[in-house]
Design a protein around this ligand. Structure first.
Ligand code: TNX
Length: 501
């Protein structure tokens, strides 16, 4: 049997029986706030009705018992306790769910929702724990704005796949999406932006699904939108750096702006983490870069929060215990001489900075771990979702998509091959995170085509280190197309790896 549960639990045995569900309704006996939250997800993702029930008429009994202990055979989840590391372990014994926390019971109930069929609830015994504690998705809402309703659908999708972090990349060269008091030029009316209340509301929507919202303001590079809105922040560099530009530690107005931005960021969410960017400051002197990262980290710490930052930020040596570095450079990413010797004019003076970004990459992870911080794995291979599919679509009308969508610099890859990736099991890993960059995305259908069907494959890698034969994985994932349709993601790529003709 291969019921469509994704990620597949580490240990699971299906019994050959299903429990008939009266009127198609799943009746759950458990803490009522928990059952309400599961009912919301069930309605939105699957159109399944979940009702709170007493022990006598329940289909499923939930036992949240703090003294319950997970099956050691599932291993101890790797990663720091990030305030999202609530114990997510659980066991299922036919109609009974046991966990030490509501988070664990919620994950178990999402497994059961995926086991509801027209014949009823498929019964199993299962013991499960995530391989990695932090399992996330980075979404680039700077290059392509998403409405709050669209973001809520993405949060539902993450919950469906037992992921637990949504990272919003809110600012970049092309746009700044977060309204900032006293800085109206950053978010002109009609351009698509979020208020602090939008972000707080989304964080609460996510919290109800045991998902942490991680907002990012990217500095000191990737700030063209800021320098265009407030040219005074550029100091002397503006004219010299068309198209690039960064915030400099020696420009008091720039430092003041950065501190305002960090304070705002820290006020947005109740959880411990905020992301302060730090990637690809290619036009910056490395010492100025390090000084700026240090002041960002200091400001986050002063707000009582923990910084997350992109890989190069490791070089500033200001990460402390509990902070998180997001790796992004994959060994294949370093530009060769054919690229470095033919840089576009605005990069011409920065060949060395650019080359060093990649040459120094192998030291970043060990250094961060030695500094006591943790590493979030987002190497572009396999985690960047703006990589083209190497396999065709079963739907001829999607043929043109792969000439338009995805980053031209990354080799295309088959979905089935991405599944084989494994990580080095070194201490200091916080977890892993997929990333959907949006330079090539025009609408929600484009987004769906890059996100699906790959996200569930990556979610499975993060939760479960075991590998099944690909056809079994594909069959489980293919059964979810109706969930994607319900969430407005009907533009998913009809990859022949997942939907064989
Ligand atoms: C690199 S990885 C970026 C993004 C781009 C992405 C395209 C990283 C931290 N920065 O600005 O959107 O590549 O794949």
């Amino acid at each position: 049997m291969n019921p469509p549960v994704v990620p597949v639990p580490q240990r699971i045995t299906w019994t050959a029986t299903a429990r008939h569900l009266e009127g198609g309704v799943l009746r759950v006996c458990g803490p009522s706030p928990l059952v309400d939250r599961v009912a919301d997800l069930a309605a939105r993702c699957a159109g399944v009705k979940v009702l709170l029930a007493g022990p006598d008429d329940a289909d499923v009994l939930v036992d949240v018992d703090p003294s319950w202990r997970p099956d050691p055979a599932c291993g101890v989840p790797a990663g720091l306790d990030p305030g999202l590391g609530d114990d997510e372990c659980f066991e299922i014994d036919r109609r009974t769910v046991r966990a030490a926390t509501e988070a664990g019971a919620y994950r178990a109930l999402t497994v059961l929702l995926q086991a509801v069929t027209p014949d009823g609830l498929l019964l199993c015994t299962a013991a499960d724990a995530p391989a990695l504690r932090w399992r996330g998705l980075t979404l680039d809402v700077a290059r392509h704005f998403l409405t709050v309703a669209e973001l809520e659908s993405i949060v539902d999708l993450l919950a469906w796949y037992r992921l637990n972090v949504l990272h919003l990349h809110l600012t970049d060269n092309q746009a700044w999406r977060l309204e900032m008091p006293g800085r109206p030029a950053l978010t002109p009316a009609g351009s698509g932006s979020y208020t602090a209340a939008d972000i707080a509301g989304l964080a609460e929507y996510a919290r109800r699904r045991h998902i942490t919202l991680l907002p990012e303001i990217d500095m000191p590079g990737h700030v063209r939108a800021v320098l265009t809105a407030y040219p005074g922040l550029a100091g002397e560099q503006a004219a010299a750096l068309p198209g690039l530009g960064h915030l400099r530690p020696g420009v008091p107005a720039a430092v003041e702006f950065a501190e305002e931005a960090v304070d705002l960021l820290c006020s947005l969410v109740p959880t411990p983490y905020v992301h302060v960017g730090g990637d690809e400051a290619f036009s910056m002197d490395p010492r100025e870069y390090a000084a700026f990262v240090r002041l960002l980290h200091r400001r986050v710490h002063a707000n009582g929060k923990r910084p997350v930052a992109w890989q190069e930020a490791s070089r500033a040596r200001s990460f402390t215990a509990g902070d998180v570095l997001q790796q992004w450079i994959s060994p294949g990413d370093a530009p060769g001489p054919e690229v470095l010797d033919r840089l576009p004019p605005e990069y011409a003076g920065f060949r060395d900075v650019l080359a060093a970004t990649f040459d120094e990459a192998p030291q970043d992870l060990p250094r961060t771990i030695a500094d006591g911080a943790s590493v979030l794995l987002s190497p572009s291979y396999p985690f960047y979702l703006d990589r083209r599919y190497a396999e065709p679509s079963a739907d001829a009308s999607q043929e043109a998509l792969m000439s338009r969508l995805g980053h031209a610099g990354y080799p295309a890859e088959r979905t089935s091959v991405l599944y084989d990736w494994v990580w080095d099991d070194v201490p200091g890993i916080a977890g892993a995170q997929a990333a959907l960059w949006a330079e090539t995305i025009d609408d929600f259908a484009d987004l769906a085509a890059l996100l699906l069907p790959r996200l569930p494959v990556l979610a499975e890698l993060m939760w479960n280190r075991q590998r099944q034969p690909w056809p079994r994985v594909a069959a489980r994932i293919a059964a979810h197309a109706r969930v994607w349709n319900r969430l407005g993601l009907s533009g998913y790529y009809r990859s022949v790896d997942v939907f064989p003709e």
